[in-house]
Design a protein around this ligand. Structure first.
Ligand code: HEM
Length: 519
């Protein structure tokens, strides 16, 4: 009898709260007729990788906020939607936060609360600030090493050996980005050296160190990670029953990358022991500054963490973001010879020589800040970020302790999931002219005076608020130097390919490019 009463009471409570929920979200149009009662449609779209397409169509039809599941919203307007959700720091759902990060490797369900996240972010945030990057001798030397000791020799050798100078933009992008970022984090002498591998008589394609890295890296973002992110309850249930919905290649990929990071960290530990204070003169490019800073900070504020956990203070997502964006940047430039010519002319006009390393150019002392002030180069990068931002979900939930209003809807209940895509802001024809044309000139001629808080045509590739990308200034620094260097030495041309054959940002895209030496 007591059990029956408890069941009835539970059902009454459930109906009451469900009703309150449905009632407060009743004004939000539904993306699909079933969305008010079931998440089946959106889960199917997420599983099949068609969510972005489905939501673009739903927003076009229904406006800036749509219900995609009983407790799941999508917003597309910037000022009264995205800014409210992201800038004010709505929390991120637990499985999303931890799936691909190395803060706590191997524990997919651990979430960081806001305070803990803040502590971790602050450990290295100062090193990524614009002023720190601009003044960093370490970064300047790393940049020179990557461009002049690895990239240029690779491209020149490709021209000599292969004649045609044919490259895949995405492959080159992986090589540059992973070498560059691992050098920045652990020092050049401890980094990967994917750029220097060239198949020749002795070294065959199968010896290419990038191949196993990419294979394992891509396995980590396998299709089945959907279960951990979207259906954590089901995933846990299957685990309890002895079945892992994640394939073996996921754990193998994770293990591979953890060992890879760990090996670089071990080498960096050794380098730290050789630093000048210990008697050896270390070149700035070899100094594992970021790793050492993170390590010291962890020692101080989390002495309970194992050394292994301390080593995992490096995120992997950044490789994904920057590699894809940079790959497309090369592709867009190759498709627009006029843009390459304008960059070259801008460099010449400002007398910035990018054909040789900084120590060979006495006037190049402040090269980074001079490069940073070039409007057309900046516009090229803005336009690449507008056209090809990442296409990953950026989910948040409304605060657990209060209702909120977003995109004109009042009283959205606590713990409601809300998501947006950069694509909604960057590719909305109501916000931009010729939205699908790659046109850096739009950033040069845009008039942004006095309208900051009304504009919908903003650039939002790095998200915003307390969880905004830490690497945004590094991305500009990196892209400006590498693009300027490539345009001053080579001319790129795009070979025909169906660039939209894959979902946006898919690593399966092939971006074939040829290059010749600039006359
Ligand atoms: C084109 C390049 C990049 C793009 C488009 C990009 C984009 C993003 C986005 C959208 C987020 C927010 C994710 C979310 O809130 O769910 C993020 C977070 C992050 N990014 Fe990037 N990123 C790029 C490059 C980098 C680089 C080069 C680094 C570092 C070396 C980096 C480090 C991070 C970190 C540490 C976070 C997590 C911040 C936090 O949770 O506090 N990113 N990135």
């Amino acid at each position: 009898m007591t059990l029956l009463m408890l069941i009835v009471l539970a059902l009454l409570c459930y109906s009451y709260f469900s009703f309150r929920f449905l009632y407060s979200l009743r004004k939000v149009p539904t993306a699909h007729w079933s969305s008010r009662f079931s998440s089946a449609q959106i889960l199917w779209a997420r599983w099949t990788g068609t969510e972005l397409k489905f939501l673009i169509e739903a927003h076009n039809r229904l406006g800036p906020i749509v219900l995609v599941g009983p407790q799941d919203l999508s917003v597309s307007s910037y000022q009264d939607g995205i800014r409210k959700v992201y800038d004010t720091g709505f929390p991120k759902p637990a499985p999303f936060y931890s799936m691909f990060n190395y803060y706590r490797a191997r524990n997919a369900f651990t979430s960081l609360d806001r305070a803990e996240h803040g502590i971790r972010r602050r450990r290295t945030a100062a090193l990524y600030s614009k002023s720190a990057l601009m003044q960093s001798k370490h970064l300047c030397e790393v940049t020179d090493c990557i461009i002049y000791e690895r990239l240029f020799p690779r491209l020149e050798s490709l021209l000599v050996n292969c004649g045609t100078g044919r490259i895949d933009g995405l492959d080159l992008s992986y090589r540059i980005c992973v070498d560059y970022l691992s050098s920045f984090l652990f020092g050049c002498c401890n980094s990967t050296n994917f750029l220097s591998f060239l198949p020749n008589g002795k070294a065959e394609l199968k010896d290419d160190p990038l191949e196993p890295w990419r294979f394992n890296y891509e396995n980590m973002s396998c299709h089945e990670s959907f279960f951990v992110q979207e259906m954590p309850g089901l995933y846990k249930l299957f685990r309890a029953l002895g079945t892992n919905l994640l394939p073996r290649r996921y754990s193998e990929g994770t293990e591979y990358l953890e060992n890879w990071m760990s090996a670089m960290a071990d080498k960096a530990d050794h380098t730290i022991t050789l630093k000048p204070s210990k008697g050896l003169n270390l070149e700035a490019k070899d100094d594992p500054v970021v790793y050492e800073t993170a390590k010291e900070a962890v020692k101080k504020d989390s002495p309970h963490l194992s050394l292994e956990a301390q080593k995992m203070q490096v995120q992997s997502e950044m490789f994904d973001h920057i590699c894809l964006v940079f790959g497309y940047a090369l592709w867009y430039l190759a498709s627009h010879p006029d843009a390459q010519q304008k960059i070259h002319a801008e460099l010449e006009e400002h007398k910035i020589d990018m054909t040789s390393p900084i120590h060979q150019d006495p006037s190049g002392i402040d090269r980074s800040s001079r490069l940073d002030s070039l409007p057309y180069l900046h516009a090229v990068i803005d336009e690449c970020l507008r056209m090809r931002p990442t296409s990953t979900l950026l989910p948040r939930t409304t605060p657990p302790d209060r209702s909120v209003s977003v995109a004109g809807i009042e009283n959205i209940p606590p713990n409601t999931r809300i998501n947006s895509y950069q694509w909604f802001v960057h590719r909305d024809p109501k916000k931009w002219d010729n939205v699908n044309d790659w046109d850096p000139q739009r950033w040069v001629s845009i008039d942004r005076s006095g309208k900051k808080h009304d504009r919908e045509d903003v650039l939002w590739p790095f998200a915003s608020g307390p969880r905004m990308c830490l690497g945004n200034h590094l991305t500009y620094y990196f892209m400006k130097h590498v693009i300027a260097a490539i345009c001053s030495r080579f001319v790129l041309s795009a070979l025909p390919c169906d660039e939209r054959q894959c979902t946006p940002g898919s690593p399966e895209d092939e971006l074939p490019i040829t290059l010749v030496l600039r006359a």
